[in-house]
Design a protein around this ligand. Sequence first.
Ligand code: URP
Ligand code: ZN
Ligand code: ZN
Ligand code: ZN
Length: 485
Amino acid sequence: MSTLIRGGTVVTSEMTYRADVYCEDGLIKAIGKDLEVPSGAEVVDAGGQYVMPGGIDPHTHMQLPFMGTVASEDFETGTAAAAAGGTTQIIDFVIPDPEEPLMEAYQKWRGWAEKSVADYSFHVAVTWWDDTVHRDMGILAEQEGINSFKHFMAYKNAIMVSDEMMIASFSRCRELGAMATVHAENGEMVYHLQQEMLKKGITGPEGHPQSRPPEVEGEAANRAIRTAQVLQTPIYVVHVSCKESLEAITRARQEGQRVFGECLAGHLLIDDSVYYNDDFEFAAAHVMSPPFRPKDHQRALWRGLQSGNLQTTATDHCCFCAPQKAAGRDDFTLIPNGTSGVEDRMSVLWHHGVNTGKLTINEFVKITSTNAAQIFNIHPRKGSITIGADADIVVWDPEKTRTISAKTHFQNVDFNIFENMETRGNPSHTISQGNVVFKDGQLNVVKGAGRYIKRPTFNTHFAALEKRRAETAPRKVNRAAQAAE
Ligand code: URP
Ligand code: ZN
Ligand code: ZN
Ligand code: ZN
């Protein structure tokens, strides 16, 4: 199977140039002007279009068992919807229950993901701690291609970690050359404020943002970042939603710390007014954590992407349909947290980022693909258009429009947070492992064609940190000689 993408403009994180791209056996085999069409090759006409690395969504939750239910989007439908939007790889999460052995949870998720139609990797969450967790993190990192571990600082009485566990796990991450990642919200504060809301009779979805104010996120982000600083390990903050946590990241980066921040398409574009809507179903459909924020936070997040203080964009794609959200009709704390977006991220970022001049086309590639590939150490195999890289490519038509709607999207959920948004700039073709899996608005995917992508430990930041550590090693004062005098 071979594919020639002809007549397009290649856009990478660094360069923009006219070239054809030839893919064979799942890899990019040639890049150049006027390549010959090999016999039997499928030809994709990319005239007037951009040829970019396929999107990487570093934060999804397909078929996640969460808050008493299971996310409606599974690995097959979710990776297919991703492909329809130009995203060719997801990094999902293994989330063990407290006390559940990490290896068991990992094998369970690997099994669920086998039906994926496009490539995938996993972060593994550390939700409890003992010697077996310490051991299993080593097996996962050294044998199973896991190079990032997630810590939920929220969700008290469920998957929340204590500071003690976080310190133990961050230290282990450093030993293993794995990225520590955090969901930064002070779970004790959230719990306290939730009880306050319920006592006041605020039981509807408007209680959700009011019990998770930005300060609660900023405090946790700062705590996690300072903890990582003291332990001298890199850290990645997922779904940065507000000025307070962005400020913590920016400050630390200005001090030279290796801190990375992700933001979600939803947090860039949707504000907290949705929670005050009269319609319970509409408001509940937006319940996700951290919540959508007042508009000034969105402006700050865009500036975070522009300045490079935020490096990646994701969706936290975690779908629950109206009957599932209804579990919290009388108590907002029981509404399953999560919203969709894996299909829409690239087009809404292009429309609101590139079309408005906030982002260049190269910056678009960085924040939708290359930076995630570099941080999670799968670059240049992923996130690049280079000879030998995986042929995961999106052919992007900057003039193609789409009106986003739950009625027409591929995502397996009955609601779309971007409903009725018209985007200009959409994929005309998505190519996964060299195969055209989406064209003319139609998917042509194969269940199980997606592969588990192992990610090596010790990305480039660890070598630099190792040298810093040697320079700043703890020192002892030897007073024995003095005493003998
Ligand atoms: O509300 C959310 N984000 N649900 C998924 C779990 C998480 O916190 O990432
Ligand atoms: Zn250890
Ligand atoms: Zn989270
Ligand atoms: Zn998440």
